[in-house]
Design a protein. Structure first.
Length: 339
């Protein structure tokens, strides 16, 4: 059975092999470059190789690479973000776009013994993968949708983030008055996710919310389904390991907060916090038809502990960690992630 690392290596190798010399120079990057932790989910150019001018065969290889970082459903969601962006551009211009404006980087050598990774960034999609001998990580992971509901055409009514919204609304509307006092943080939602595109996610920016232990069993089940909706965007071994970490830390420490009305079609926001990860969702812009969702892992973003562990094994206590790994400095250690 192949692992996520095997799939990533195979897909990255196939893509890089298909490129000409100029494309190869654009796609290549260095995993130790701290600037690679600068990311955005807004429109605009990025460093790297644009998918806009790839051949059909190369574009298919890029999509294969994207899917390699996801579960089957997660792959459909990530590709869906690209498809919805085509809809947005056609609605804005009146013409189908000529190509997809997403930028790829392959960071390091997929065939080497050292850690390596890849990333894809563009409007409403940002996926960051780091592969080490100790495992593979997949965050920060951002998916957005503009429009959140496709208004017309062959995909009219499509909502790629519909389950993320519906489960959270079901939980928020089911809170009793005492629970609402804790679980609803504000009558008006913020205008975007609160962590934005920060290189290091700061959980103190988020409203505290209500603890899972203060929810009824049926409400806990909805919250768990919502959390898993995010975790299971990526390959099952990593998703399962993240959930086990939450169980070890104590499921009672998971917290949920909603802001804004609970009426469908009105601007709303929610967040979920656990000791090792946070989730945010916001749908306020363009009359609540423009959704953002992000999953950040407080230790695994950008490879986190896995990179520290790798270099700690290679260098003695007096050696410095290679420049560029400007990650959060003090996260508790934990077992290796599945590859």
């Amino acid at each position: 059975m192949t692992t996520a690392a095997d799939d990533a290596r195979r897909c990255a190798r196939a893509l890089v092999t298909s490129l000409d010399e100029q494309q190869g120079r654009l796609v290549r990057g260095d995993l130790t470059d701290s600037h690679l932790r600068q990311w955005s989910y807004l429109p605009g150019d990025r460093p790297g190789l644009s998918m806009e001018h790839l051949t059909d065969a190369q574009h298919a290889l890029a999509i294969d690479l994207l899917r390699s970082a996801h579960s089957p459903d997660g792959g459909d969601l990530a590709v869906g973000a690209i498809e919805i962006e085509r809809v947005r551009r056609e609605l804005a211009t009146g013409s189908p776009p000529g190509g997809d404006r997403y930028w790829l980087r392959v960071l390091g050598d997929p065939d080497g013994a050292e850690p390596w990774g890849w990333r894809i960034n563009g409007h409403h999609l940002a996926v960051h993968v780091v592969v080490t001998p100790g495992g593979t990580t997949f965050t920060p992971h951002f998916v957005g949708s503009e429009p959140a509901v496709v208004p017309s055409g062959p995909h009219a009514g499509r909502r790629i983030l519909g389950p993320e919204e519906d489960l959270a609304r079901q939980l928020a509307t089911g809170l009793d008055p005492d629970q609402r006092a804790l679980g609803v943080s504000a009558d008006v939602a913020p205008d975007d996710i609160l962590t934005r595109a920060d290189p290091v996610a700061d959980p103190t920016l988020l409203p505290e919310g209500i603890g899972r232990d203060l929810l009824r069993p049926t409400q806990q089940e909805i919250l768990d389904r919502l959390v898993r909706r995010y975790l299971h965007r990526v390959p099952a071994p990593y998703a399962q390991a993240c959930w086990r970490d939450a169980e070890v830390a104590g499921l009672h420490r998971i917290r949920f907060a909603w802001a804004g009305p609970t009426t469908p079609g009105e601007g709303h926001y929610y967040c979920i916090q656990a000791p090792e990860f946070l989730i945010e969702y916001d749908n306020t812009q363009d009359d609540a038809n423009h959704a953002h969702s992000v999953w950040r892992h407080l230790r695994d973003d950008w490879g986190g502990d896995l990179l520290r562990d790798h270099y700690a094994r290679l260098h003695n206590a007096h050696d410095q960690e290679p420049q560029g790994y400007g990650l959060p400095q003090h996260r508790p250690t934990r077992p290796r992630r599945p590859q």
